[in-house]
Design a binder for this molecule. Sequence first.
Ligand code: PXP
Length: 250
Amino acid sequence: MTNHLRPNHLRLGVNIDHVATIRNARGGLHPDPLRAAEMAAAAGADGITVHLREDRRHITDADLDRLSIGVALPINLEMAATDEMLGIALRHRPHAACIVPERRAERTTEGGLDAAGQHNVLAPIISRLRDAGMRVSLFIAPEERQLEAAARLGAPVVELHTGPYAHAEGEAVAAELARLERAVAIGTAMGLELHAGHGLTYDNVTPVAALPQLAELNIGHFLIGEAVFVGLSSAIGRMRGLMDAARASA
Ligand code: PXP
């Protein structure tokens, strides 16, 4: 049975940004993100996620062109809420657009989007993306006021930032997981589709994947790092197996 027909299936979006990070270290063509996307599809990914950053530090415009043509899986474009990125999204019309906050000096997306504080910036961008047929999501902290703001903005999907959970230690792990659980319950009651991602690994994915209302996880850095040791197919296959096992026992 194909993944999307399985009951209670938790989709896995594989973020291939860091294949491009390695490629860019030498400025050539290898390793090729398109090849990684094809392998991810064969290994059980449900979607390919890429973040075209303002500084193009990993995925480039040319990558997005090639991926849009060459990848059979749905593409989820992570993008800052800027006119430039809106124009690119409207030209490529990926299956999904996930609006993320972006700060130039950050190493990765550090915090969630301030959906509550940026209503006037986000509202026109969300409606243009939606009108063009994209499934729009907002990457937010698992907080009630951000969920309420996302719903007010008409975003059908939110991706909950799992970074604080992933980086928590000791008793804080349970507290961060409880925040995620609560956000999932609130978001579900609001009729939002719920995704989660950031910092997920073999060691921390199970309790998140077990939250039955989550529809999708987006995972990147750990999978690409693990691929150095075991290969991309094995890394994705093992993550897929952990997610499926978490769902089966939920
Ligand atoms: N989801 C969003 C919105 C992100 O910005 C990122 C990082 O680009 C991820 C998921 C994946 O995070 P990680 O690379 O830590 O798995």
